[in-house]
Design a protein around this ligand. Structure first.
Ligand code: PAF
Length: 269
């Protein structure tokens, strides 16, 4: 595995006419990332994984500072997986002068996490744009756990790049909690409560599928979940294709963001 630290070296080392699969991450790799890499390996000839904890997508400096970082362990994992390239850009290069830091998202898209984490997706779009300009891979692999992230990346960036975005299924632990680097910050009791929250969401989803009128149970579920966490930011039922509130039994998704022990978690089912 070659470790590359600058866009310049990246351009020299990688032939982007090859079938290259790109997995962007913020590190602290878990089985969710490994499943992205697994899917990437099946579709691509060579794999590049990037690790960059992107400051501009954190609206809270404390959250940025506390974000788990495990570079040594990540490198060992990626070597074991025989990844071709690991890209570790530095902040200066990613945010060089003359590169606009933020893309503006429209008022209609300021829903869910975009409403509660001001500036978050502008930061995500800025870094993904910068990465894609320099990593014109055939595919980019993203996890569906960050459902709104994929939706906005497709909406705002897809038309400017030839890279195909591949959405990959969320990986959950045996108690249904979606894997996330932030889970490592949970203590045992918060972990159990978060698992219960994901199980409640699954139960709610099944109820809606069996009878669409059960969408009216939304407030009951909010109540149940509020006992398990510090604060629910949102629990909403939205159209999975365009995130509008026009839903049917076939096209809906439950999306949640909540805080537990000061840690912010999201899920969608
Ligand atoms: O999903 C993530 O890990 C990040 O938001 C991403 C896409 C790597 C951009 O920093």
């Amino acid at each position: 595995m070659k470790i590359i630290k600058s866009f310049k070296v990246l351009k020299k080392e990688i032939n982007f006419n090859d079938n290259i699969g790109f997995v962007p991450t913020m590190g602290s790799l878990h089985n969710g990332h490994l499943s992205l890499i697994d899917i990437a390996k099946k579709k691509s000839k060579k794999i590049i994984v990037s690790i960059f904890v992107n400051p501009s997508q954190f609206n809270d400096k404390k959250d940025f500072n506390n974000y788990p970082r495990n570079l040594k362990k990540d490198i060992l994992i990626l070597k074991r997986l025989k990844i071709d390239f690991l890209f570790l850009p530095n902040q200066k290069e990613v945010y060089k002068k003359n590169i606009s830091k933020k893309l503006i998202i429209t008022k209609n898209d300021k829903i869910l996490c975009a409403k509660y984490r001001k500036g978050h997706f502008e930061g995500v779009l800025a870094v993904v744009k910068r990465l894609l300009v320099n990593i014109p891979s055939k595919y980019m692999f993203l996890g569906e756990k960050d459902f709104q992230q994929i939706y906005l990346i497709k909406k705002y960036l897809k038309k400017n790049f030839s890279t195909k975005i591949i959405s990959c299924k969320t990986v959950r632990n045996k108690n249904q909690l979606p894997l996330s680097s932030r889970n490592s910050l949970l203590n045992n009791s918060s972990l159990k409560k978060s698992e219960k929250i994901s199980k409640l969401l699954l139960q709610f989803k099944k109820k809606i599928i069996s009878n669409f009128k059960n969408i009216n149970l939304l407030n009951d579920y909010k109540n149940k979940i509020s006992y398990l966490c510090d604060k629910i930011e949102y629990l909403e039922i939205r159209n999975k294709n365009n995130l509008s509130t026009k839903i049917t039994r076939k096209n809906f998704k439950l999306l949640i963001a909540y805080k537990i022990d000061k840690i912010r978690l999201i899920d969608n089912i």
